[in-house]
Design a protein around this ligand. Structure first.
Ligand SMILES: Nc1nc2c(ncn2[C@@H]2O[C@H](COP(=O)(O)OP(=O)(O)OP(=O)(O)O)[C@@H](O)[C@H]2O)c(=O)[nH]1
Ligand SMILES: [Mg+2]
Length: 216
């Protein structure tokens, strides 16, 4: 019997992630990995962030989806350079897929690269892509218990974005509860509240990302 431990696969991924990060650093590219469950509002948030940042930073996107190019088309419509990765079933991106996508981009033209990971709160947690920041997005319609139930992704993130806050009046989602849970899991991570469709809260998040970039 041949047995491959998941640990060794993760180790190989970590090595590739280090190489991706070195590549980004050498090119002066700041990389953000955006994670969250399907439909939590990642692409809509990207659309808002780009409208705020495009005057000051040169942007590019890698879109991770199991199939199709819907999100990449949304980015293309904004004139943002984009590479779509189709994982064909895999529930997360890994550092190897990221490296292949990065090879399709001209990094000399990029200041901020945002990777929209496959919609998933579980598998995405275990795979470093080489990013500088990981941002987890949680919709106000998804339940305020998610940090307790899916701790790894929250623990491994540098910020929590509560999205769709315009829906708060229609749910029992408690901002104090999720904020307290995030504080316990990732004490240094700020919590943002956004309603991306209305561009509410998104300027502040864009400002924070730009500020984090200057720290590298
Ligand atoms: N009410 C409300 N709906 C939103 C907001 N942001 C996104 N949505 C809606 O949520 C749905 C999913 O949004 P997307 O941005 O495509 O979500 P996503 O996380 O990129 O989805 P996947 O890539 O499939 O994982 C769409 O119908 C959006 O219009 C918001 O601020 N308020
Ligand atoms: Mg999307």
């Amino acid at each position: 019997m041949k047995l491959i431990a998941a640990k060794s696969i993760l180790k190989a991924n970590d090595q590739l992630a280090v190489e991706n990060r070195q590549r980004f650093d050498a090119a002066g590219v700041f990389c953000v990995n955006m994670v969250g469950s399907p439909g939590c509002g990642k692409t809509t948030l990207l659309e808002a962030l780009f409208s705020h940042l495009r005057g000051s930073l040169r942007l590019a996107v890698i879109e991770g989806d199991i199939a199709g190019s819907i999100d990449a088309e949304r980015m293309e419509a904004l004139g943002v350079p984009v590479v779509q990765i189709n994982t064909e079933g895999a529930c997360h991106l890994d550092a190897n897929m990221t490296a292949s996508a990065v090879a399709q981009l001209d990094l000399t033209d990029v200041d901020l690269l945002i990777i929209e990971n496959v919609g998933n709160l579980v598998c995405t947690a275990g795979f470093d892509l080489g990013e500088h920041l990981r941002i987890v997005v949680l919709g106000a319609t998804e339940g305020d218990d998610k940090a307790v139930k899916y701790p790894a992704i929250f623990q491994g993130s540098n910020a929590l974005v509560i999205s769709k806050t315009d829906m708060l009046p229609y749910t029992n989602f408690s901002i104090p509860r999720i904020t307290a849970d995030m504080k316990r899991l990732a004490p240094d991570a700020p919590v943002f509240q956004v309603a991306a469709l209305k561009r509410e809260g998104t300027p502040k998040l864009a400002e924070w990302i730009a500020e984090e970039k200057t720290k590298r």
